[in-house]
Design a protein around this ligand. Sequence first.
Ligand SMILES: Cc1cc2nc3c(=O)[nH]c(=O)nc-3n(C[C@H](O)[C@H](O)[C@H](O)COP(=O)(O)OP(=O)(O)OC[C@H]3O[C@@H](n4cnc5c(N)ncnc54)[C@H](O)[C@@H]3O)c2cc1C
Length: 374
Amino acid sequence: MEYFEVIIVGGGLAGLTAALHLEQNGHAVLVCEKQQYPHHKVCGEYVSAEVVPYLKKLGISLDAHNIVSIDTMQLSTVSGKSIKGKLPLGGKGISRYALDNLLYESALKRNIPFVFENVTNIQFADDQFEVRTASGNAFSAKMVIGAYGKRSNLDKHLNRPFFRKKSHWLGIKAHYAYKDFPDNLVALHTFEGGYGGLSKTETGAVNFCYLVSYRSFRKENDVHGFNEKVVARNPFLCAFLENAEPLFKEPLAIAQVSFEAKETVKEHIIMCGDSAGLIHPLCGNGMAMAIHSAKLASEQIHCYLTDSIFDRDIMEKRYTALWKQHFGNRLWMGRQLQSLLLNKKLSHIALGLATRSPGLLRYLIKQTHGKPIL
Ligand SMILES: Cc1cc2nc3c(=O)[nH]c(=O)nc-3n(C[C@H](O)[C@H](O)[C@H](O)COP(=O)(O)OP(=O)(O)OC[C@H]3O[C@@H](n4cnc5c(N)ncnc54)[C@H](O)[C@@H]3O)c2cc1C
């Protein structure tokens, strides 16, 4: 059985970042990813600028490739009341098709090996892991990083409590041609039972991605009907949907988007990115958290692999503590803001307050974001 120091299960942003970080520190890693690159993903595609310096250290520049710089945010309620404000740190507009592929190509240049298969089983015994794929391939490793995203067959296998709870959220996304949309803007518009983000990507296309509750969506049960009858009640989204030209044959959709608390370490597997916890999308910070958590995990794993007195238990506890310290408050604030935004009356009052005090919006955004990751 082929042996690696670290096997990374899932090659999204968290998994690819961990692979690049660990390889840069001299470790033998393997990435198992079930899909070929490049591919589209359901995501708002606004990435906080906090990741820029760290990605640069890993050899990834977000200043090239026509990536759009975003410094302004607009927020609107269903009735069309809206505010605009400068983002404290700002961010970049880049599709997941391009961003994940950028990291993947960098990994290929560094000869990081990939196995394009679905991982079906991870077992830990005698201080070592065995990772099995759907075709029966097996690999062994000292460490495993779980970076397989929001929800996977592996969560069921690992008996993670969040998996048994039904989630009421659905994510939908598509790209559109719409030349009037400003490059520097990320707009967040609410509608009954959900909200959607609009921002430009590196191709010039505008990404429209929304989160919606099943309760609201099932009244129509079809994206086109739902867009027309519910989403378009927000006047900003109505203008967008009337004038924009869809570039995807059909929108992408994901079900069972869960915001439940998750374990950061399960059966000695170090969880990163959405596998460790998903922040509410309105914060626009999930990608930064995925990248940052991969950095925190890789640093602890590097210490563990190079320092013989640093034991597994201490390493796991330290990672868990660091994860909570960096992301605990952001997740809490994200939860509060989502409830506020989805309450018709309260969101109207809150927007009124924020209009009178522009500092309030900046303060709230800061609470859901981190500082530049160095
Ligand atoms: C509606 C919506 C909008 C969002 N908008 C934004 C936004 O604007 N800005 C932002 O920063 N964040 C946003 N997010 C959050 C962001 O998309 C995630 O936080 C981010 O993708 C997490 O990256 P990840 O690497 O953890 O997971 P992923 O990117 O999901 O990667 C996981 C990878 O694991 C692979 N995989 C899964 N199971 C297996 C298996 N068994 N074997 C092998 N491979 C496997 C998958 O194919 C996938 O490539 C949004 C989320 C939602 C739901």
